[in-house]
Design a protein around this ligand. Structure first.
Ligand SMILES: [Zn+2]
Length: 150
């Protein structure tokens, strides 16, 4: 079967560049077996693995990557502010680090959903994670494949 790769999947407009493909790995369970391990009964699951390359153009690659730098800055600033406040109130190093990292992660996740996704949608392109409708991926998903290891 010859794949349609004359257009970028994400904008459906530009010519894709070989270096900018998005790779998506899918898995399908083969079987599970039980054997004796060091700590008792051990379950071994065998599965198939398939990597699919999704064509992407240079401009979509740039738009997908544009959020990486702000995300890092948001993480650092939030972690720093949360760390200073918590450090002042709690005066415990491990609590301070935990709260700082936790707050940073929450801020970055919020940024990706509230700012990045919105911006990508406004541009009329798909995000790098929205690949379920790419035909070779969709065909496998419909056939019982999944995007996590069984
Ligand atoms: Zn594109």
């Amino acid at each position: 079967m010859i794949m349609e790769t004359t257009r970028c999947y994400f904008c459906n407009l530009n010519k894709p560049e070989p270096g900018y493909v998005v790779r998506k790995t899918l898995y399908k369970k083969l079987d599970s077996s039980y054997g004796l391990g060091l700590t008792g009964l051990k379950k071994t699951t065998k599965y198939y693995e398939k990597e699919i390359e999704i064509p992407r153009c240079a401009s979509c690659y740039t738009e997908h990557r544009r959020s990486n730098k702000p995300a890092l800055i948001i993480f650092l600033v939030t972690a720093l502010v949360a760390g200073i406040i918590t450090g002042f109130l709690a005066k415990r190093t491990f609590i301070t680090i935990g709260v700082a990292v936790g707050a940073g992660i929450v801020a970055v996740v919020a940024y990706f959903f509230l700012v990045h996704r919105k911006r990508i949608k406004a541009l009329g392109i798909k995000d790098s994670t929205e690949v379920e409708t790419y035909l070779p991926v969709k065909t496998l998903l419909d056939d019982g494949w999944q995007d996590y290891k069984p």
